[in-house]
Design a binder for this molecule. Structure first.
Ligand SMILES: Cc1cc2nc3c(=O)[nH]c(=O)nc-3n(C[C@H](O)[C@H](O)[C@H](O)COP(=O)(O)OP(=O)(O)OC[C@H]3O[C@@H](n4cnc5c(N)ncnc54)[C@H](O)[C@@H]3O)c2cc1C
Length: 376
């Protein structure tokens, strides 16, 4: 990819993801239970080769993920099947702490099964009193003999409470803020681990986790004691641009719907595209989508070149998530009432597009990250 153009191979991967989302995943989503983990979709993403692409190390390829490939798959799936997109992303978000910071034994135990879609993963950082400020998290891990005992609550954890493996962040020392956090692997079904689903406005598998004296051997510690916050932030540096790619995919779909409709729909004796108020709104939307896409892929390409950083990732996420919300809103306006019928794809996008401005760091937190770099 140059700074301005995706290669044919990259475009083909995005198209392949779109096609798998449309032909193979959409029917499975329609048959599944809304707002719950859909294992059939996860397995399909494995069988169709998208999850293995997310974990190249399972095929003996270069151990580093291609951030650009992650974005291409997320954008392609988002255009047709946000649920499948989310399922793919969560397998990555839940597992990359293991890929980046786990021992070879941990990688061998979990990553191949996640890549096949046999095992569902989750990333458990947020707590009721620690969302934007995860350095203040309270869930405790106490050293007991050779192992650890974990107690506390997590909330808004995607794929909870049904995931098979959680990468979970716990406090191992008081008074040290972010430096007192350690990461662990907690298999689903571990005694003392319970949870409940939360219903969101857009169906999303998500819930709480309650840990009551969950005993783990030291083999479940992920990375060094006190290094858990860095484990989480390294993962987010990879995933934040790809949240932007998810939003670019949704925005592109909304734009396509609106352009198609503006050519067809007639009012006052002409197509509504011939009203400048409509055509200029769409011209602005198209320009914003392109700018968002360039920012996303330039952050991903920098990551792949070993030149990524938190500021680039934050800029991509901030701009793309905010842009998508505006573009979906413009598209709803152009389609009028039909866009608000519950079965319309735009009604679906309208609900889906809101959460990415909040998760993996709110827009305000992205601005904090960018500003910190500006004034460093
Ligand atoms: C659909 C969905 C899926 C999610 N999945 C996961 C998951 O898989 N794993 C996980 O761990 N978490 C997950 N989350 C939780 C998410 O990461 C948190 O919601 C997010 O970090 C924000 O925390 P909060 O909701 O507690 O908001 P708060 O932190 O309470 O923030 C409230 C408001 O205050 C603002 N604010 C806070 N601090 C500052 C500041 N320093 N400067 C300016 N403004 C500030 C925020 O921007 C926001 O507008 C998910 C959330 C959603 C909606």
């Amino acid at each position: 990819m140059t700074a301005f153009q995706l290669t044919n191979d990259q475009l083909a991967l995005r198209e392949r993801a779109r096609s798998i989302g449309e032909k193979s995943c959409q029917p499975l989503v329609a048959d599944g239970e809304k707002g719950r983990v859909n294992r059939q979709v996860v397995q399909m993403l494995g069988r169709a080769g998208l999850l293995p692409k997310l974990f190249p190390m399972t095929k003996g390829d270069d151990a580093r993920v291609a951030a650009t490939d992650l974005c291409l798959m997320r954008e392609g799936l988002a255009m047709v099947c946000p649920e499948a997109e989310t399922a793919l992303a969560l397998q990555g978000l839940g597992t990359y702490p293991i890929v980046q910071s786990g021992s070879p034994a941990m990688v061998a135990e979990w990553v191949p099964r996640v890549a096949k879609g046999e095992v569902v993963a989750a990333f458990a950082l947020s707590e009721p009193a620690a969302g934007s400020d995860p350095g203040s998290l309270a869930l405790r891990a106490e050293k007991k003999g050779d192992g650890w005992v974990l107690s506390g609550t997590k909330t808004w954890i995607s794929n909870a409470p049904s995931a098979d493996v959680y990468t979970l962040f716990a406090r191992t020392s008081d008074g040290d803020g972010a430096r007192g956090i350690t990461a662990f692997i907690v298999p689903g079904g571990t005694p003392g681990l319970t949870g409940a689903s939360i219903e969101m406005i857009a169906p999303h598998p998500i819930g709480t986790l309650e840990l009551t004296d969950v005993a783990l051997s030291d083999a479940y510690r992920l990375g060094e004691v006190g290094e858990g916050f860095k484990v989480a932030m390294r993962t987010l540096d990879l995933f934040r641009p790809s949240v932007g790619a998810f939003c670019v995919g949704m925005a592109q779909r909304a734009l396509d719907e609106a352009v198609g409709w503006a050519k067809e729909r007639r009012a006052f004796g002409k197509a509504i595209k011939d009203f400048q108020a409509v055509s200029h709104a769409l011209a602005d939307a198209a320009t914003q989508v392109r700018a968002a896409r360039l920012l996303v892929y330039s952050a991903a390409a920098a990551y792949d070149a070993g030149q990524g950083n938190s500021k680039l990732a934050a800029m991509a996420k901030l701009f793309a998530t905010e842009t998508a919300q505006r573009v979906v809103d413009v598209a709803v306006q152009v389609l009028g009432a039909r866009a608000l019928e519950a079965s319309h794809p735009l009604a679906h996008l309208w609900l889906e597009v809101r959460a990415p401005r909040i998760y993996e760091g709110t827009s305000e937190i992205q601005r904090e990250v960018i500003a910190r770099e500006l004034f460093r």
